[in-house]
Design a protein around this ligand. Structure first.
Ligand code: 6GU
Length: 245
């Protein structure tokens, strides 16, 4: 997969050199290219923002540097005929594990990271007319810009690409993956630590019992902290139990 990232703070993306994703890049599984938006700003101060039309607080990113930079990326050698342009934005659709799975099937993603109060609307309009554009948010809180959100999305997508995670089975038994439930609690040695024991069932060698315990834990944890994620058939059970208490 090819991923281009446009930002006025390319240094944020040094994080993608590390760990699993860094190794995947070295092995050629992911081709990440980071671009400094200021390289497409040609005045003396390499200006990328200006005051909002109609007045108000903050600054808006000017359309011209975005146009030049995105045209360059979309028209570059070996560019994909149908790339997906992603603008991280708190005003976008929420990015979930389902979104990550869907984006992991793309050949070419381009992330446009805005700062200040946002990017001139005409940039979205222009590229929506020419191809596919999505505004994506990573949750209901406000960041200073799209960089940290883009890193989160790239990591979530990148680890789903074939060969990036060593043991593909570890991708399945995770929060949000199996039936959209949260993950069960994990333990390792020693069997007792500071008077706290590993649940005996996990040391029993009874694989069926271990499986049943983990499944129960996932449902109980999801019911406790994220009840809205529980499938309908498991929600009914909770109501019955609480009514009996
Ligand atoms: Cl994608 N961008 C910004 N600036 N803030 C956010 C976000 C994105 N997602 C949640 N908050």
């Amino acid at each position: 997969m090819r991923i281009d990232v446009v930002s006025i703070f390319p240094g944020y993306f040094d994080a993608l050199d590390l760990s699993l994703l860094g190794r995947a890049r070295q092995r050629g599984l992911i081709d990440v290219r980071v671009h400094d938006l200021r390289d497409a700003a040609h005045d003396r101060h390499r200006t990328v923002d200006d005051t909002p039309a109609g007045g108000g607080a903050g600054m808006v990113m000017k359309p011209e540097p975005w146009g030049e930079m995105l045209d360059g990326i979309l028209g570059s050698d070996g560019a994909d005929p149908d790339p997906l342009l992603i603008f991280p934005s708190p005003a976008g659709e929420v990015f979930t594990q389902r979104t990550a799975r869907s984006l992991a099937r793309e050949r070419h993603l381009v992330f446009g990271c805005g700062r200040y109060e946002g990017i001139d609307q005409r940039v979205f309009d222009e590229y929506s007319e020419r191809g596919r554009v999505r505004l994506l948010s990573i949750g209901d809180y406000v960041l200073n810009g799209g960089e940290v959100a883009a890193i989160a999305m790239i990591e979530a997508i990148g680890r789903l690409l074939p060969g990036v995670v060593g043991n593909p089975e570890s991708l399945v038994e995770e929060s949000h993956e199996e039936e959209g439930l949260l993950e069960y609690p994990s333990y390792t040695r020693p069997a007792e630590w500071r008077g706290r024991e590993v649940p005996p069932v996990l040391l029993s060698g009874d694989h069926a019992a271990v499986g049943a315990w983990r499944s129960e834990q996932r449902i109980e944890r999801t019911r406790r902290v994220r009840p809205e994620l529980l499938p309908r058939e498991l929600r009914g059970e909770a109501r019955g139990r609480h009514a009996a208490e």
